[in-house]
Design a protein around this ligand. Structure first.
Ligand SMILES: [Zn+2]
Length: 109
């Protein structure tokens, strides 16, 4: 069972108390953007085997959206943080790098 800590209310909740909202940190394109950019925004998602950044909502708690960094292969949770960020906080990326040397943000090779 996946357990995530809500960064707003501090509750450690099982995934049944939360709602998954897909990939985090998606660059959004709207009116005036090119067709290719808009298509990428709508349909292109990462599907990594390893570290993934996701949006979650604490539906049976405070109701707020937050981000989580976890491994898709081991379900290890590296941390959760506010959804109002453009990139993962350095304490979480440092934790991931310490656990998975050579890992880097947005490097999917
Ligand atoms: Zn909460």
């Amino acid at each position: 069972m996946l357990i995530l800590e809500c960064p707003y209310c501090g509750v450690k909740a099982e995934e049944t108390e939360l709602h998954a909202g897909g990939e985090a940190h998606i660059k959004r394109f709207g009116p005036g953007s090119s067709d290719d950019d808009f298509e990428t925004y709508l349909f292109q998602r990462e599907n990594p085997m390893g570290v993934h950044f996701e949006r979650w909502r604490h539906v049976n708690g405070c109701g707020k959206w937050f981000h989580a960094a976890r491994s898709t292969t081991t379900l290890e949770v590296f941390g959760t943080y506010s959804a109002q960020t453009l990139a993962p906080p350095s304490d979480i990326t440092d934790k991931i790098t310490a656990r998975l040397p050579g890992w880097s943000w947005r490097d999917l090779s």
